[in-house]
Design a protein around this ligand. Structure first.
Ligand code: GLN
Length: 547
């Protein structure tokens, strides 16, 4: 049966709980254990799928088609364990399940209450797969004291009582602010946060304290004394230049040892950290630099494209270059000539997105990349825009567009080279959607296979003709335009196995121009960079226009 590590946060949000959880997962793996990481989010949305990227950053998609919190991306990047639907849950999902059961009469006429009905539902979620791994790491979103978070805190408290002694531990992440005026590191907010946690019955075993620098011995002892933890269980989490140093940094601070001690595991297996030493070496010792423009819509909030930025970093690590990303708002090209803005970049990436705003700018960015032979990677909407660009400017379909925007604007004018897909095949089932369906979960979501054309650029990049990648979209490139587009030079080099859905397009006479309908960034890891990102950065590195 798995041992459980519950990770909570206090004082302020955005302290890097997800990263700490992911790094701890990696450290336990380095000692030979199997792990699974989970996120429990207190918000009332059923899942983050319908949230604006400005609200909550990127939506991370799992192989089995769940739209989840971006922390699951961190978990996957650090542990390589593919996240599943059952690794992410929100209050909204829990309540909606409880209410469905109530409507069905499953509770046999009982009065439905937070305790026990909601907490039982949370505990049932926590138990899923408990026999499959050595350690289950469960992160509770938000900070202790948040009203919506209370049922989760109560549930983990009960859960630890339901399990045999020593089966569950609590790790609490807080902030140690440095007050410049007095030159002191302040422990009081942490003390208050722990007090809040203890008032709801949870005594932390480990304190992870974010601070700008080291925690002096005096403060460490004070924290241990006032928060009732052992001094060696007060772990400093200093600011790092790269998140990929986190496993090594937490190991140096003794986090994994403190966790194993808290479980009474002795002697602890020795860790093999070579994977992370190599990662840190690559990130801290690049041999060159490239400059890549991401032309998108949600450019003010980098978290909206979290996995893309990380995947580019991984591509850089594979090529031993530092990738400098510049965020360019696609809307500027509606009034500005792309040449002035894009000419200094070694490569251009147009990411996924929803809605019409900025799309004409993305089309111009694709045109600029095609005409100037700049490496281009179009992801999902970025592929669709590249296809529209090809249709309009090369294949002579001047009225080409996407039904996504037609539908929004009530227009009816063009050649719908990108159309609303309402029926598709998943495994051996046909999935159907209609325009009027709920917005949540009505997309082609999760892993689908694709077959790559022999001799194509992508087949060379992947080193195989059979791939499986994650999707999240409603619209598709229309196969009926294939001949016209291929005659213009845009090769349909990846297709769904039944040949009906274009998955990849590439310009045959361009050094590196690839559009993909899926999201390769979701599967990239620092120790296993995704082949498309690895080769895209290689192409950017070889870009000789700027020399
Ligand atoms: N909006 C487009 C669609 O739904 C693209 C989605 C995306 O880029 N993830 O097909």
């Amino acid at each position: 049966m798995a041992r459980y590590i519950f990770i909570t946060g206090g004082v302020v949000s955005s302290l890097g709980k997800g990263l700490a959880s992911a790094a701890l997962g990696a450290l336990l793996q380095a000692r030979g254990y199997s792990v699974r990481l989970r996120k429990l989010d207190p918000y009332l949305n059923v899942d983050p799928g319908t949230m604006s990227p400005f609200e909550h950053g990127e939506v991370f998609v799992t192989d089995d088609g769940a739209e989840t919190d971006l922390d699951l991306g961190h978990y996957e990047r650090f542990t390589g364990v593919a996240a599943r639907t059952t690794d992410s849950v929100s209050s909204g999902r829990i309540y909606s399940t409880v209410l469905e059961k109530e409507r069905r009469g499953d509770y046999l006429g009982k009065t439905i209450q937070v305790i026990p009905h909601v907490t039982n539902e949370i505990k049932d979620f926590l138990k899923i797969g408990e026999d499959e791994v050595d350690f289950m790491l469960c992160e509770i979103g938000g900070t202790v004291g948040d009203i919506e978070g209370l049922p989760f805190f109560e549930a983990i408290r009960q859960f630890s009582q339901d399990k045999p002694r020593g089966q569950c531990i609590f790790m609490h992440l807080t902030l140690l602010p440095f007050v410049k005026a007095s030159g002191e590191l302040k422990t009081k907010p942490t003390q208050h946060s722990v007090k809040e946690l203890r008032s709801i019955g949870i005594a932390p075993d480990i304190l992870v304290c974010r601070s700008e620098g080291d925690i002096p011995e005096k403060e460490r002892e004070k924290l241990a004394l006032f928060c009732n933890v052992r001094p060696d269980s007060v772990i400093a989490a200093k600011d790092l230049k790269s998140i990929y140093e986190a496993p090594l940094a937490y190991h140096r601070e003794g986090l994994d040892q403190a966790v194993l001690d808290a479980f009474g595991i002795s002697p602890a297996p020795k860790p093999d950290l070579s994977r992370w030493e190599d990662v840190a070496d690559r990130i801290y010792n690049p041999e060159g630099e490239v400059k890549i423009a991401i032309v998108g819509k949600y450019t003010q909030l980098e978290d909206a494209y979290k996995s893309i930025a990380e995947a580019l970093t991984h591509g850089g690590m594979a090529n031993r270059v530092k990738v400098n990303i510049e965020w360019v708002d696609a809307e500027v090209f509606e009034t500005e000539d792309p040449v002035s803005r894009l000419h200094g970049f070694n490569a251009i990436l147009v990411p996924g997105g929803f809605g019409e705003r900025g799309t004409e700018g993305k089309i111009k960015a694709a045109q600029f990349a095609r005409e100037n032979k700049v490496p281009y990677l179009g992801i999902c909407l970025g592929m669709q825009m590249a296809v529209i660009e090809a249709a309009r400017n090369v294949a002579g379909l001047t009225d080409a567009g996407s039904e996504e925007f037609d539908h929004e604007a009530g227009k009816k004018r063009f050649e719908p080279v990108v159309y609303h897909l309402k029926e598709w095949v998943q495994g051996n089932q046909t999935v159907e959607r209609s325009v009027g369906d709920d917005k949540g979960g009505t997309m082609r979501l999760g892993a689908y296979s694709a077959t790559l054309a022999e001799g194509s650029k992508v087949a060379e990049v992947y080193g195989t003709c059979d791939i499986e990648e994650r999707h999240r979209h409603r619209y598709e490139v229309a196969i009926k335009y294939r001949d016209k587009l291929e005659n213009a030079g845009l090769r349909f080099s990846g297709m769904s196995p039944d040949g009906s859905l274009p998955e990849i397009v590439e310009w045959s006479d361009h050094p590196w121009f690839i559009g993909v309908q899926f999201h390769p960034e979701l599967k990239s890891k620092p120790f296993e960079p995704h082949p498309l990102f690895k080769d895209f950065v290689r192409a950017a590195k070889q870009d000789e226009r700027l020399v």
